[in-house]
Write a protein that binds this ligand. Structure first.
Ligand code: NAG
Ligand code: NAG
Ligand code: NAG
Ligand code: NAG
Ligand code: NAG
Length: 416
């Protein structure tokens, strides 16, 4: 915490958000009167800290359904991911997982001992029990998406993942992330919180997943390469190197940077859809749930842009304070549009005029600005407010307060 505050010291609004976050009660929900439910949320917390927080803030009607949607897909993913399970064993599980979730008492113990979420499958009967308690409409949506994703995974597991063209890239991202967007939209419409149009606009729901996935794939170049996974499309990296791994060679530094801007520009192509989707979402808890990952993605994309570090360092992240601040601010379309404008301006400002994608990225940033000015005029005032908070050193008193708080917390964590 103290180091997070120090990292955010020149971003007073982040310090404020961090301190508020630190002071907020730790556990808002107590499921101990319902043992089965408590176990579900235990597994959610164990498999995803970040999702656990946003899912628990959803309205009661959707909370369990989305928690189970996540846990079912995580179970499927844990089978797919495990390279210690041979293909002949694995494929039938992937293809029938949508039926397995209806089989009371089913568990799975074939994961290797080092598989991170092994325990989820060992206790999968708990997840199935929870799933079977959901309204049939939610069960059907979860089973349908599980079926489509499981078959997609079985296809990639058999054929291997060769992301050749940008169309292949979109297709791969559709299976692993776009489908999640489609399922969530169907739930939002099925529960009546959102209009039927949300489920109907499958193109926009798909883009929600693609923007997140492409940002992660761009960020995780080195980590994926180390594990011998290649998700960057050959149609893109082939313009800059003979082999994808050649991008890390110091002599290819300039080409690598150009390739990175190409990837950033490709991901930015989904932002227009993301904003249009978020504009449709009226329920406040659904809105935050959808908006938070998207603002994190644009912040991450900004961090990646022109950042040669992605070829030399794994696991680069935005500041903890920035994350907490974004989570706090993402509660209306005007504020989200302001955040997108803020980062689009930073992205544009960082671009190198000698880069071959300088103009493309500039146009993409200009479009975001234009869409927001036209459709979300309230974002202009929000942007001014955000910038006042973001600018370094604009508020001496907040910085002084931050130093005091950081000192107090450092003291407490050292001596308490
Ligand atoms: C949760 O509530 C139960 C009573 O329903 C109580 O005994 C228990 O201490 C509470 N747990 C926490 C962590 O607050
Ligand atoms: C959630 O998981 C973290 C560790 O991953 C643990 O410290 C925390 O106590 C867990 N919370 C609940 C409610 O299980
Ligand atoms: C990759 O796509 C290009 C067109 O973009 C095509 O010419 C080539 O044959 C494809 N290669 C493979 C291995 O599919
Ligand atoms: C992207 O990465 C973040 C941080 O590692 C993770 O929490 C999130 O689930 C990932 N999203 C997708 C769509 O892969
Ligand atoms: C724009 O970039 C320059 C350096 O290239 C930097 O000094 C300036 O602070 C940046 N402005 C914004 C608004 O990010």
């Amino acid at each position: 915490m103290a180091s997070a505050i120090l990292a955010s010291l020149f971003h007073p609004s982040e310090v404020l958000a961090l301190v508020q976050y630190k002071l907020a009660p730790k556990t808002k929900y107590n499921y101990s009167n319902d043992k089965a439910r408590e176990r579900l949320y235990y597994h959610l917390n164990m498999t995803s800290r970040s999702f656990a927080a946003v899912i628990q803030d959803l309205d009661e009607e959707l909370k369990d359904a989305i928690c189970l949607f996540y846990l079912v897909l995580r179970g499927l993913d844990t089978i797919e991911d495990d390279m210690t399970i041979d293909l002949e064993t694995k494929i039938p599980y992937l293809k029938t997982f949508h039926e397995i979730i209806y089989q009371k008492g089913w568990t799975f113990t074939k994961n290797g001992p080092n598989e991170k979420d092994r325990q989820l499958l060992v206790e999968f009967d708990v997840i199935i029990e929870g799933f079977l308690k959901l309204k049939p409409a939610y069960q059907t949506i979860i089973a349908d998406i599980t079926k489509r994703m499981g078959n997609g995974m079985a296809h990639y597991a058999t054929a291997g993942i060769h992301v050749n063209t940008t169309a292949d890239y979109d297709e791969y991202c559709h299976y692993v992330a776009g489908l999640v967007g489609l399922g969530l939209s169907e739930m939002f419409s099925a529960c009546g919180f959102e209009s039927p149009m949300v489920a109907k606009r499958k193109d926009l729901s798909n883009s929600m997943g693609l923007f997140l996935q492409k940002t992660n794939i761009t960020r995780d170049y080195l980590e994926d390469l180390r594990d011998n996974r290649r998700f960057w499309p050959q149609e893109i990296w082939g313009l800059y190197a003979e082999k994808m791994e050649d991008l890390v060679k110091p002599e290819n530094c300039d080409k690598a940077k150009q390739c990175l801007s190409h990837m950033v520009w490709n991901a930015m192509g989904h932002i227009k859809d993301v904003l249009e989707y978020l504009e449709m979402i009226k329920n406040p808890s659904c809105f935050k749930f959808c908006a938070i990952p998207q603002v994190m993605a644009i912040a991450t994309l900004n961090m990646l842009h022109t950042n040669y570090k992605i070829f030399t360092h794994e696991n680069i992240k935005i500041r903890k304070g920035e994350t907490v601040w974004l989570m706090k601010e993402s509660d209306s379309i005007d504020k989200v549009a302001a955040i997108f404008r803020l980062y689009a301006r930073e992205i544009n400002n960082k671009s190198d005029p000698l880069d071959p994608h300088f103009v493309n990225i500039g146009v993409a940033c200009g479009e975001i600005e234009q869409i927001c000015v036209d459709k979300y005029p309230g974002s202009t005032a929000e942007l001014a407010r955000l910038q006042a908070g973001v600018m370094a050193g604009t508020s001496g008193s907040i910085i002084t307060a931050a130093v005091v708080v950081a000192g107090a917390i450092a003291f407490k964590s050292t001596f308490a």
